[in-house]
Design a protein around this ligand. Structure first.
Ligand code: BES
Ligand code: ZN
Ligand code: ZN
Length: 499
């Protein structure tokens, strides 16, 4: 659905739209501060009482207005917001999402809604989350549908936000568009979104938004010495790409921060083949890359005063006569050699070459996002990303950014004693700790951290990157998880001293 948000300082009743939405908190409708036109107010209070409209979250009631002169809105939609006392900022974000879905379901193309205020949040914050929720909740993925409910596809909705804080709405629109961009990348089928196509889209975006871009092909990757990335990619007919984007602020940057995203456009597991069931969602194995590219998109528009560099090692993990095998030894860019014990632990191999490169290019701190382990999904489930760090301050910065952004992350330990299990008899390291299945997410994080001494935060987003069912902020499929956290992090970074 294509949603246009318009913010206006005016009151609800002053904006001409066929549908007027009124948020109703926890059953008790009060017009306090609503400044509704008395004509609606009296009628509505009565209707709410008579129909026992309780204002439970998401509850709706559509009312046809009798207007004598055909002026003003024809309909009022009562929209339940749930109990005011228990409401947090996430409630308002979800309300935005639910609201646009409801308006679209009813077939309206234009509506006006007042920013829902609970007393707990300022107008700025309330405007931001309502707008963000609306734009995320209105996301649909219909590119490959040739049939569908008449008039449904290519739907448009213009939503006026009355008494909104304009700049907050504009900023939310930039961020939500970036999240939806990331969702599109994840939802693209892997036969379309190959490593080369991912690189092409990154270049198009960079040119559009004035970012610096450099893409390496297979041969450049090999010549640069990225043997770990090259090894993973060598079984695929779709060759790898190494994608680098740079955002430089106009004034001298206070900090240089690198973002790294896992970019496996498909992960079959390779010769350590995944069962058929486990392959079903593996087009999402580039969700880290999507988050990083999405964040870059927003950053190019929001222009913080930090320098931001994005790195994606894009590859496809396939089986063929040229694919890497179990027991192969790969030489990473760092010079460290790695014995491959499981070809399905490919993400960490591609990532360490990107991390080494980011480090060498002069990043002060690195934040890396990857759909890295099933073990992290077992530990934290589908809603929460695992956070691993070798530096407490950098960890706190990322954690606080995630909190502000409304994305759930939870710290897990990097137990040094476990590192012993990654030592190989043949090479410097092995990519898994063999048959043991314990602490899989931690082992992967420890492996990554062997490749840099810079502050590194690794977010294992294997759970929240992809939704199997529709959720409160969007449909099933790519969620765009991470974009909001990264944007928050980089915007706040300009105010913080280097770590
Ligand atoms: N891409 C997967 C991890 C994954 C699992 C992402 C579920 C999203 C949902 C990763 O490459 C992988 O297969 N990891 C292995 C590591 C193991 C072989 C040590 C895993 O988690 O089983
Ligand atoms: Zn894998
Ligand atoms: Zn993978």
């Amino acid at each position: 659905m294509e949603i246009t948000l318009k913010s206006a300082r005016r009151y609800l009743g002053e904006i001409p739209a066929p549908l007027l939405v009124i948020g109703v908190w926890g059953g008790a409708f009060s017009d306090e501060g609503n400044k509704l036109d008395v004509r609606y107010n009296q009628a509505l209070s009565r209707t709410i009482r008579e129909l026992h409209f309780k204002g439970e979250f998401g509850q709706t009631l559509l009312i046809l207005l009798r207007s004598s002169k055909g002026e003003g809105p024809r309909f009022v939609l009562l929209f339940g917001l749930g109990k005011k006392r228990g409401a947090d900022i996430e409630t308002l974000r979800k309300a935005g999402a639910r609201l646009v879905q409801e308006i679209a379901r009813l077939g309206f193309k234009e509506a006006v809604c007042e920013v829902f205020l609970s007393g707990k949040f300022g107008k700025k914050q309330a405007s931001y989350v309502l707008a963000e929720g609306a734009l995320l909740g209105g996301y649909t993925w219909e590119k490959y549908k040739t049939t569908g409910p008449a008039g449904k596809r290519g739907e448009k909705l213009r939503l006026w936000l009355a008494r909104a804080w304009g700049p907050a709405v504009e900023q939310a629109a930039i961020v939500a568009e970036a999240v939806n961009f990331a969702r599109d990348l994840v939802n693209e089928p892997p036969n379309v979104l190959t490593p080369a196509e991912l690189a092409r889209r990154a270049s198009v975006m960079a040119r559009e938004l004035g970012l610096e871009v450099e893409i390496w092909d297979e041969e450049q990757i090999r010549q640069a010495g990225m043997g770990a990335l090259y090894g993973v990619a060598q079984g695929s007919a779709n060759p790898p790409r190494f994608i680098q984007l740079t955002y430089k602020p106009q004034n001298p940057a206070s900090r240089v921060i690198a973002m790294v995203g896992k970019g496996l456009t498909f992960d079959t597991g390779g010769y350590s083949l995944k069962p058929a069931e486990a392959q079903i969602t593996m087009k999402c194995d580039m969700a880290g890359a999507a988050a990083v590219l999405g964040a870059m998109r927003a950053i190019a528009r929001l222009k913080p005063s930090v320098e931001v560099r994005a790195y994606v090692a894009a590859a496809e993990n396939m089986i063929s006569g040229s694919a890497y095998r179990v027991s192969d030894v790969l030489t990473s860019l760092s010079g460290k050699t790695i014995e491959v014990l499981n070809t399905d632990a490919e993400g960490r191999l591609t990532l360490v070459d990107a991390i080494t490169y980011a480090d060498r290019q002069g990043a002060e701190a690195i934040v890396e996002l990857s759909t890295l382990t099933g073990a992290c999904v077992v530990a934290l489930g589908e809603k929460i990303a695992g956070l691993f760090a070798n530096d407490a301050r950098w960890a706190r910065e990322v954690q606080e950014a995630a909190e502000r952004a409304g994305e759930k992350v939870w710290p897990l330990p990097m137990e040094k004693e476990y590192l012993e299990a990654l030592k190989s008899n043949t090479a410097d390291l092995k990519n898994t700790h063999g048959r043991s299945r314990s602490a899989g997410a931690i082992m992967a994080a420890l492996f990554l951290a062997e490749f840099t001494r810079k502050p590194l935060v690794h977010l294992d987003i294997a759970g929240p990157a992809y939704a199997e069912k529709p959720h409160s902020l969007g449909p099933a499929g790519g969620t765009g998880f991470g974009v909001r956290t990264l944007v928050e992090l980089l915007q706040a970074a300009e105010k913080k001293k280097p770590c």
